[in-house]
Design a protein around this ligand. Structure first.
Ligand code: RB5
Length: 148
């Protein structure tokens, strides 16, 4: 599993701390930017992270902007991406179990670094439930109707 991470200037500092946290745990992290606090456009970063995330089913993406909202809007327009904006560990756990989310989104100006680590741990360690009712609903989200 690869973790592909990206942020705009509003999420840069949180991205840096999360990247180190994940690498220290021995996880493979690919950083799609940004690489300084200089202002950048979050849609481009979201597209780059999502494209790399879709390269393998087991990959997970992490996107951080100031609020997490702009990154979510962009990510969820990309076919195959199910991005969950999370502020708590339980949201992260449930968006993996129920929505098979493949991208975690957080707001760098909304949550602190320690909470972001716990949210990320919950997201990365929770598998999709594979329950039929959740698969059926995800098929609709993916544009395949309820029979896929
Ligand atoms: C950048 O100032 C800010 O708009 C961005 O980080 C994000 O919060 C957008 O949704």
């Amino acid at each position: 599993m690869r973790i592909i991470i990206g942020a705009d200037h509003g999420g840069f500092e949180l991205k840096e701390s999360l990247k180190k946290y994940l690498e220290d745990k021995g996880l493979t992290v690919e950083d799609k930017g940004c690489y300084s606090k200089d202002s950048v456009d979050y849609p481009q970063i979201a597209q780059d992270v999502c494209k790399a995330t879709l390269e393998a089913k087991e990959n997970l993406g992490i996107l951080i902007c100031g609020t997490g909202i702009g990154m979510s809007m962009m990510a969820n327009k990309i076919k195959g991406i199910r991005a969950g904006l999370c502020h708590t560990e339980i949201e992260a756990k449930l968006t993996r179990e129920h929505n098979d989310a493949n991208v975690l989104v957080m707001g760098g100006r909304i949550i602190g670094a320690e909470l972001a680590k716990s949210i990320t741990d919950a997201f990365v360690s929770t598998p999709f439930s594979n329950a039929e009712r959740h698969e059926r609903r995800i098929c609709v989200i993916n544009g395949s109707g309820s029979e896929c």
